[in-house]
Design a protein around this ligand. Structure first.
Ligand code: PMP
Length: 361
């Protein structure tokens, strides 16, 4: 067998090896039915059982209260940029968006098509060095909601606290942080996430929405984006992305076997500490995010001598460490270390980085 490859892709990202093996084993013969999950009707009792188990396992993992609906939708994270606005701006077309990076900016572009969007700087002032995250804003108490992105995948910035928004519902794009640690769902009006990092294959989006927010859609909302209609039909107004939903369910079961989100949080913190501590101690590499705002999931780092970037990527790949190239808007390197990345992968990366730095000292 080829040596283990550690895939640091920001998304679609690596999935747990155990999950991939299980999917492979039952690929053509699910539950002894002689067909693939992919070939089952979404209305069949076999698939409905898969769908229901996935929802229940997600509810268990995140301790989602009964007054929240869980939806499995299509169109990925960006589809939800539009869907959130369509579903929440129908009665009151005003919302506040906190901006901390590329994805919160992109969310605004969609929402601004439908309402009056105020943008709020997500950072506080700093005398020198990187700016820390702001902890309070001049929020509009009459806004329909406040939107933020708890983990900015491109910039490597993460909130380690939940913003306080008073009575205004808080909406979070958790695409790149969902399931990475425990959270208190009751602090949110709506949580959404594209699946391709911590959940499963791309294209799927998971939405967790408080029931009282289901009556605010603009009338033109397409039915496949309409949370109320989808909630009523168990996310099956039309044919859902059944295979992605099934794989998400396998990932949720895997997470339960790992000890749930408390265990994942501890592991993810240990992984992030390992890499940040190494980068901070080195004068060959750097990370310029404020220490209190550093992401546990996406860790950008720069080589002080950028002319070595190509050689770094090439040698890393040869060592089985792939997809480390930073986002085109940021440059440098980025290691995405979602739930499926074992600490051994991060250790292998640190060992490689150290060897490379010594070679080029
Ligand atoms: N939000 C965040 C935080 C993301 O990281 C991404 C994708 N990387 C998106 C939204 C968009 O997701 P998609 O490509 O599934 O539309």
């Amino acid at each position: 067998m080829a040596n283990m490859v550690y895939n640091f892709s920001a998304g679609p990202a690596m999935l747990p090896v155990e999950v991939m093996k299980q999917a492979q084993a039952e690929f053509r013969n699910f539950n002894g039915l002689g067909v693939s999950v992919m070939e089952l009707s979404h209305r069949s009792s076999d698939f409905i059982a898969v769908a229901a188990a996935a929802e229940q396992d997600l509810r268990d993992l995140m301790q989602i209260p009964d007054n929240y609906k869980v939806l499995f939708l299509q169109g990925g994270g960006r589809g939800q940029f539009a869907a959130v606005a369509m579903n929440l701006l129908g009665k009151n077309a005003k919302a506040d968006y906190i901006v901390t990076g590329q994805w919160s900016k992109s969310a605004i572009e969609e929402a601004a098509k439908l309402g009056e969007i105020r943008t709020l700087d997500g950072f506080a002032e700093a005398e020198q060095g990187p700016r820390p995250l702001a902890t309070s804003w001049d929020l509009d108490p009459s806004a329909a909601y406040v939107h933020y992105c708890p983990n900015e995948t491109v910039d490597g910035i993460e909130y380690h606290f939940v913003p306080k928004t008073g009575n205004v519902p808080l909406v979070a794009d958790m695409s790149s942080t969902i399931l990475s640690r425990p959270i208190d769902v009751t602090q949110f009006g709506l949580i959404y996430a594209g699946a391709q990092k911590n959940i499963g294959p791309s294209g799927l989006a998971v939405v967790i929405v408080r029931e009282d927010l289901l009556d605010q859609a603009v009338p033109q909302t397409p039915v496949i984006m309409d949370y109320a209609a989808m909630a009523k039909a168990d996310s099956m107004v039309n044919t859902p992305p059944t295979y992605a939903w099934y794989l998400a369910g396998l990932v949720f079961k895997w997470l339960k076997r790992q000890g749930g989100l408390t265990a994942m949080g501890e592991r993810n913190k240990a992984k992030a500490d390992l890499l940040y501590n190494y980068v901070d101690a080195s004068d060959f590499y750097s990370n310029n995010v404020h220490p209190k705002a550093r992401s546990w999931m996406n860790i950008p780092f720069q080589l002080r001598d950028e002319s070595l970037n190509e050689a770094f990527l090439k040698q890393a790949k040869a060592a089985g460490l792939v997809a480390l190239k930073g986002h085109r808007l940021v440059g440098g390197m980025r290691a995405s270390v979602y739930n499926a990345m074992p600490i051994e992968g991060v250790q292998a990366l640190v060992d490689f980085m150290d060897k490379f730095a010594k070679q080029h000292a």
